[in-house]
Design a protein around this ligand. Structure first.
Ligand code: ADP
Ligand code: ZN
Ligand code: ZN
Length: 691
């Protein structure tokens, strides 16, 4: 009947799934409806939790043919509009389905449960007090947050803090460039205090789960009684759901989390802090891609709040932004404790030089002396496992991964060869599979081998290895950190895992066992990463007591890279690298996307990319800004075979971000229409180097 359909309203609902994720539903005449409202809707044979994305959109089918919304979660506040816009932005920017980003927001347990149960979970938990029944409820605190006094700011900190807060109100992106131990965290705490005092919320992002407890402890100590939320991948279903309920209601004052916390509802957001902003973990490539650091800047702009990106070794992009005035830069050049930065010395390594456990005599002596004084030493080696190669001295055989085109790494702990790319492992062969020779030899140095060799000499000092194999869970990592912080273990051996932001007060000597591989690597980011890792790991030395000492073993002591390292001059290093990137027209001077393809056979991937390139070239001609876009050559990846699939790629780039995106959208539509072929998979990656 015409009369009744006239008054029908329509809600377009976003559901957390890949592929098609927006569906229209019928809404009863008088029912209140807002964007961001949580609803459960029928979808095929399931009922799915989603959010109202648009009210009364132009319906795709007549309303009377639509199904009605199954459940209205009217007593839950709607999701904050900035977060919804952020999801839309991410989907548009990374060319990935919208619904996959909503999946980061809605806890899986909440999606499965019935509404009654979910509501019960909101009202019985430990995160803050909860109200229900108000649609717009955003729970400000009734009493002000208590702040315990922190240390008096040093003169340098006070200056930096004044600069930090001197910016415009509203969106104010700042790079806090402060050497390790300069008291950045103390500045963060003051900023949080201001935010909480204004009745607003602070979001603090840290690069990895292992750093969450350290930051949380400091925040809790400074703001006793504040409602502190913690968001990371180790939360169980109940905790996650509970936290979400509190967040939606604005009942969290400060949220500390890893990258996905950028998808937390924060209706009264007043500040975003991104600690160690250069860290690659902020970028997610698998699943729905995003960069939490970039989304933090986007959200700060949308919510009109200050965003502080802190680092001793900023990413080149952010450094460039601060050089050209896109973001403000505030510098902290000294350590807050007054202890000078460690001295960095280069120890030349030659092929003939005698070495003990991979250490040249000077490093070995320094290690012995440090341990004899009862101090802590750290040996840094960015290769886990026992040794990178097990080979046959008779015929030259080496063990390669059956599924990837890489050598497998020998792990002595469980006597297995392991592929560090796909994880496949096999028992160590007793004899050479090719010639039958019985004595296979070990070459190269890994953390396990270093541990074994040093254990023989220094067992009494407590030797601890910290790498991905030794700490597979957050709990294992936390336990190891405690051992180290208590200084029960005096000799630490670690990969870059240890280089990140940890505070080890008793550490006075750092030896970089081997770093040259990173200097010579072909990847665009390799030297940037290496400098960041080395300065970070150097920063672990001498944090509170006496000045630390850092010894770096290298075959190339005269390389400008090492000269800048010795001078702790990250600014000079970054500017040198920027000049080089500019000359080579590499990011940040050009924006890139990558079309990756893989298939059981390389030809299939190459064929696809070659015709995709031809299509792209033709489209370029037709497009208004197409000339600003360049398609590079189709190339197989350096590691061609990975987990049984062969891979190739094609870079597309442009100095103009908008032109690149316009092109990518149109190109992607064309590629999506192509017929399936022999096991081919492809994927378009925006900002492939942004890690
Ligand atoms: P960052 O975050 O830059 O590495 P932190 O904030 O962790 O630096 O500070 C490094 C060390 O200096 C910590 O042990 C901290 O307690 C101490 N510290 C920071 N600010 C001050 C200050 N104003 N007075 C005394 N000690 C300070
Ligand atoms: Zn052999
Ligand atoms: Zn493999």
């Amino acid at each position: 009947m015409r009369g009744s359909t006239m008054s029908e309203r329509v809600a377009r609902v976003l559901v957390p799934q890949a592929g098609k994720c927006l569906f229209d539903y019928r809404v009863p005449d008088m029912h209140p409806m807002y964007r961001g409202q949580l609803v459960r809707v029928p979808l095929g044979r399931r009922r799915v939790l989603g959010v109202v994305w648009a009210c009364d959109p132009e319906p795709e089918v007549p309303p009377e043919r639509l199904k009605p919304i199954a459940e209205w979660w009217d007593d839950w506040p709607p999701l904050d509009p900035v977060l919804l816009d952020q999801i839309a932005f991410a989907s548009d920017y990374y060319l990935n389905p919208l619904g996959e980003y909503l999946a980061f927001v809605l806890p899986p347990a909440l999606r499965r449960r019935k509404r009654q149960v979910a509501l019960a979970a909101v009202t019985d938990g430990a995160v803050g007090e909860h109200a229900t029944g108000e649609n717009t409820a955003s729970q400000r605190r009734s009493e002000p947050v208590v702040t315990t006094p922190g240390p008096r700011l040093t003169a340098a900190q006070a200056r930096a803090y004044a600069q930090l807060t001197a910016g415009p109100t509203g969106f104010d992106p700042v790079l806090l460039f402060g050497v390790t131990g300069s008291g950045k965290t103390e500045c963060y705490l003051r900023l949080i205090a201001e935010t909480l005092a204004a009745g607003r919320q602070a979001l603090v992002l840290v690069p990895e789960i292992g750093l969450v407890p350290q930051t949380t402890t400091r925040v809790v100590a400074r703001f006793p009684g504040a409602r502190i939320g913690v968001w990371h991948s180790d939360l169980n279903a109940r905790e996650r759901q509970h936290l979400f309920a509190a967040l939606v209601q604005g009942a969290v004052d400060c949220l500390i989390g890893t990258r996905s916390a950028i998808f937390a509802p924060m209706p009264r957001l007043g500040l975003i802090l991104v600690d160690e902003e250069h860290d690659a973990s902020y970028r997610q490539f698998e699943g729905a891609p995003y960069s939490a650091r970039d989304l933090a800047l986007w959200r700060g702009k949308a919510a009109q709040v200050r965003v502080v990106l802190g680092s001793a070794t900023p990413s080149l992009e952010r450094w460039w932004d601060s050089e050209r005035g896109r973001i403000r830069r505030v510098t902290l050049a000294e350590r807050a404790t007054g202890v000078p930065l460690p001295t960095i010395e280069l120890l030349p390594v030659t092929r003939e030089a005698p070495r003990t456990a991979g250490l040249v005599p000077e490093a070995w002596e320094a290690l012995k002396e440090t341990l004899a004084r009862g101090e802590q030493a750290l040996l840094f080696l960015n290769r886990r496992g026992f040794a990178p190669t097990l080979y046959c001295a008779h015929c030259g055989w080496v063990q390669e991964c059956r599924r990837c085109s890489v050598r497998m790494v020998y792990h002595r702990v469980d006597s297995r060869m392991r592929c560090h790319h796909c994880g496949w492992s096999i028992a160590v062969p007793e004899v050479c599979p090719t010639c039958g020779n019985g004595g296979l030899s070990v070459a190269g140095q890994g953390t396990q081998r270093l541990e074994a060799e040093l254990h023989a000499a220094f067992a009494d000092h407590g030797v601890v290895r910290i790498d991905r194999d030794a700490c597979q869970t957050a709990a294992a990592f936390a336990a190891l950190r405690k051992t180290v912080a208590r200084a029960d273990a005096k000799l630490l051996i670690g990969t870059q895992m240890i280089a990140k932001g940890h505070d080890f007060p008793a550490l006075s000597l750092v030896i970089v066992v081997g770093a040259d591989a990173g200097l010579l690597a072909a990847e665009t980011r390799a030297t940037e990463r290496l400098m960041q890792q080395l300065l970070q790991v150097a920063g672990r030395a001498g944090r509170s007591g006496q000045p630390g000492r850092v010894l770096v073993q290298t075959r190339y002591p005269d390389h400008p890279f090492f000269q800048q390292l010795v001078a702790h001059d990250y600014a000079a290093f970054a500017n040198t690298l920027l000049t080089e990137r500019k000359r080579l027209a590499l990011p940040p001077f050009v924006h890139q996307a990558l079309l990756r393809a893989d298939a059981p056979r390389l030809e299939v991937a190459l064929e696809f990319l070659t015709s995709a390139k031809a299509t792209g070239e033709a489209m370029r001609e037709q497009h208004a800004h197409g000339h600003a876009v360049r398609l590079l050559d189709v190339v197989p990846l350096r590691i061609v075979r990975l987990a049984g699939r062969e891979r190739a790629q094609l870079v597309v780039e442009s100095p103009n971000r908008a032109a690149l995106h316009t092109f990518l959208r149109a190109w992607r539509e064309r590629l999506l229409q192509w017929p399936q072929r022999q096991g081919l998979r492809w994927r378009l990656e925006v900002d492939p180097l942004d890690a």
